[in-house]
Design a protein around this ligand. Sequence first.
Ligand code: NAP
Length: 320
Amino acid sequence: MRIVVIGGSGHVGTYLIPRLVEGGHEVIVVSRRQRAPYRAHRAWDAVQQVTLDRQDAEARGEFGVRIRALEPDVVIDMICFTLASAQQLVETLRGQVQHFLHCGTIWVHGPSVEVPTTETQPRRPFGEYGIQKAAIEAYLLREARQNGFPATVLHPGHIVGPGWVPLNPAGHFNPAVFERLARGETLVLPNLGLETVHHVHADDVAQAFVQAIAHWSAAVGESFHVVSPAALTLRGYAEQMAAWFGQPARLEFLPWDAWRETVSDEEARATWDHIAHSPNCSIAKAQRLIAYQPRYTSLQAVQEAVTWLIERGEIQVGDR
Ligand SMILES: NC(=O)c1ccc[n+]([C@@H]2O[C@H](COP(=O)([O-])OP(=O)(O)OC[C@H]3O[C@@H](n4cnc5c(N)ncnc54)[C@H](OP(=O)(O)O)[C@@H]3O)[C@@H](O)[C@H]2O)c1
């Protein structure tokens, strides 16, 4: 099939594009061509690259038309963040594509009720990003179920892979947290360290897109969580990473208001966003309907990413 991937050179695209090419598809990647994939792969030689700035093209009302002109059978939209943006594309592609896949986020969920959270739980998003993504999800599923637009929504967790810094056991992105654990130094966590994070390897997200295309009839009109088999508590994550570095975990705990004073504003904002959501999502639906089988646990995914950081000297862990 002829597959257009909008925003296909990032975290997910790095793994998705080679999978699609190897699956025998004709692949077109749309981006501004400002960045390269995280990993080189021969498959990129077979990819048609189209340079297009979505924001600019949308402002001119041309984005959907430009995508339709590529004559795709399938469109994968990795970078849609507003309802208006989704609507502009759907209105132009209606009746023109066999499958439309949108990359959502587990942030469509607000605070959990029963965990693991299933896709059927009522949405209670907070924060502009999650609210917009939930609105896009509702719109696409309605268009699929009422109007026959062949949409599928995939909701990744915290995407991890070699090439960028993973979400750390303190719930933010400062890689120094991994260095502290590696050196056996004390790490202070907020509250009791029992709030949760839910990672997923970028290649498992890529797998889910491929599986959704392969299981078209089960995937259309549905949304799926795309996460590792199990979420981690911050405390458990810190303990396991310390053990991986060959160190005991020296953890201390502070109530949120005191803890936030120990980190930068940016770190506090990131941690708050993660612990206020404390995601713990079920993959049972994706396993059942599209045969999603993640290759990585959360820890395996993080450890691969941290190994990459160590090998490039981006974090200093001493002799392990
Ligand atoms: N990161 C996470 O942990 C996470 C978690 C859950 C869900 N998600 C979802 O994952 C999706 C993002 O996937 P990703 O992490 O693979 O993306 P990413 O790494 O941020 O890469 C973005 C891609 O889009 C292109 N791009 C960015 N702005 C563009 C524009 N204005 N016009 C055209 N192309 C543009 C980039 O290339 P150029 O810069 O060269 O244009 C690149 O190919 C989003 O829908 C997000 O909500 C992410």
